[in-house]
Design a protein around this ligand. Structure first.
Ligand SMILES: *Cc1c(COP(=O)(O)O)cnc(C)c1O
Length: 321
């Protein structure tokens, strides 16, 4: 059993998006505000970190090590969790060290994380292993948090989030959200199975074609359900991935994402992010316009956070009006 450490403000609120429902003339739209989980400006990784840091502390770890992109929301939340729990934090970020820290990177620094840069993604895992060994030799018992916090332990958090949704009395026909390293989706799929959820859980892929990404989520679902001791894993046909909106590549802002960010901000006062939720919302808007949902249906957009990246180049430049 994983001892969970309380880090997030839960339950996160659910809001009706009455303006967007009217403007888009589509299904009844709601949002689940996991951008408000609180820790170091929050996001979906905070839920996973409740379980991952629980595991780390159970192993007497003193240092959290993780990796991601320079504007990684995940790494920002790892840094904040380490700060709160009195642990050291080392982040391996892919890309060229910027002249000054903006957005998530600025927040990593404020939380006191040590940041190591690697120029290419292909060098990241080797660098992480090197940092891990060095920390271990220094006697600072490191704990490796996987990319995006997506392993079976992290995924348990989103299974739990489906129980939270049920307790809030929310029963949408669809849950739509941004999916990338797969832990959020695997957890939601597992939780949907555990709670006899009647609706569908649809991930909008941020960076991978559905054929490549499906086995990643499938494996996480199987491993996470094994961890709960349930023999009865969810059926694989409950893993729904739409990868029609990721062709521009990771973090490449397109007019559709810019429109989605402007619509949510100007009509609902809700800030999406340029990489994940902007893209997922752009997909949702396109699906609504294509008549994918029935007007009588209820659609919940699960907001996974990320707004600090709005304040970093190149995004802040692209979003000027
Ligand atoms: C990490 C992240 C996601 C994707 O979640 P995964 O569990 O990695 O699939 C979505 N939105 C935001 C804002 C994120 O930071």
């Amino acid at each position: 059993m994983i001892e969970r450490i309380q880090l997030a403000h839960l339950p996160t609120p659910i809001e009706h998006l009455s303006n967007l429902t009217r403007i888009l003339k589509g299904p009844d739209l709601y949002v689940k505000r996991d951008d408000l989980t609180g820790l170091g400006l929050g996001g979906n990784k905070t839920r996973k970190l409740e379980y991952l840091t629980g595991d780390a502390l159970a192993q007497d770890s003193e240092t959290l090590i993780s990796a991601g992109a320079i504007q990684s929301n995940h790494c920002r939340q790892v840094a904040a969790a380490a700060a709160k729990l009195g642990l050291a934090c080392i982040l391996v970020l892919t890309g060229k060290k910027p002249h000054h820290a903006e957005g998530n990177l600025l927040l990593d620094r404020l939380s006191g994380a040590e940041v190591v840069f690697v120029p290419e993604q292909s060098q990241r895992d080797a660098k992480m292993a090197q940092v891990f060994e060095k920390t271990k030799k220094a006697g600072l018992n490191p704990y490796l948090i996987p990319y995006g916090g997506s392993n079976a332990v992290g995924a348990l958090a989103y299974a739990n989030a489906m129980h939270e949704l049920k307790q809030q009395g929310c029963e949408p026909d669809w849950i739509v959200f941004a999916t990338s390293s797969g832990g959020t989706q695997a957890g939601l799929v597992l939780g949907a199975h555990q709670t006899d959820f009647h609706g569908k859980v649809l991930g909008i892929s941020i960076d991978q074609p559905a054929e490549e990404f499906f086995p990643v989520v499938e494996r996480l679902v199987i491993e996470a359900s094994a961890l709960t001791g349930e023999y009865n894993a969810p059926p694989t046909n409950s893993i729904l991935i739409n990868s029609d909106y990721c062709t521009a590549g990771y973090g490449v802002l397109q007019p559709a994402e810019v429109e989605a960010i402007h619509l949510f901000a100007s009509r609902e006062g809700i800030l999406l992010d340029p990489v994940y939720t902007g893209r997922a919302a752009a997909g949702l808007i396109d699906l609504i316009r294509k008549g994918f949902f029935r007007p009588s249906e209820k659609v919940l957009f699960w907001h996974t956070g990320g707004a600090p990246a709005l304040f970093a180049e190149p995004y802040q430049g692209a979003l000027q009006t």
